[in-house]
Design a protein around this ligand. Structure first.
Ligand SMILES: [Zn+2]
Length: 165
């Protein structure tokens, strides 16, 4: 028998397992909820009701989806970076233990979000691998853009024409 919906008052809350549902999870804006996961849902107003068991199952499913997404992103980024640097050297550059990235690539290790974020940024601009090496070499961050050198840069691009639009 259906349960009462506290939102609309209809006796229409029943476990519902359908594809196409998503949920925000940690830093992810939207992860897929497994089509097989039943969530008590009001057939009248669509409100989902999360009891403890449902919440636990959903959390476990989203944790798995997040881990899969991180692994996928890491694999993609490592594929790009492999054209710039071999995996061993990349591990050394990032202070990772030897063989770690191979395990990540073959889904034997689950990479952390910060590592995946770093790999993604490096894959976007592989020249930054050299910047990291330089930071380790010098112990200093590279020079940053300041108000002074930003205005220098802008005025040197194409002079007054740049402000015409
Ligand atoms: Zn309802």
């Amino acid at each position: 028998m259906s349960r009462l919906c506290a939102e609309c008052g209809a006796r229409a809350v029943e476990p519902c397992a359908v594809p196409g549902r998503t949920s925000a999870y940690k830093h992810f804006a939207s992860l897929p909820i497994p089509a097989t996961l039943p969530i008590p849902t009001c057939a009248n107003c669509g409100t989902e009701w999360f009891d403890r068991k449902t919440s636990e199952r959903l959390d476990a499913a989203l944790a798995e989806a997040a881990a899969q997404q991180l692994s996928g992103l890491a694999g993609e980024a490592l594929g790009v970076l492999s054209t710039s640097l071999n995996q061993r050297d990349l591990e050394a550059l990032l202070g990772l233990s030897a063989g770690y990235l191979s395990k990540v690539r073959h889904a034997k290790e689950r990479p952390s979000a910060p590592l995946v974020g770093l790999l993604a940024l490096l894959a976007d601009r592989p020249a930054r691998l050299d910047e990291i090496a330089r930071i380790w070499d010098t112990g200093h961050l590279p020079p940053r853009l300041t108000v002074d050198n930003v205005s220098l840069f802008e005025s040197s691009v194409d002079g007054p024409a740049a402000v015409a639009y």
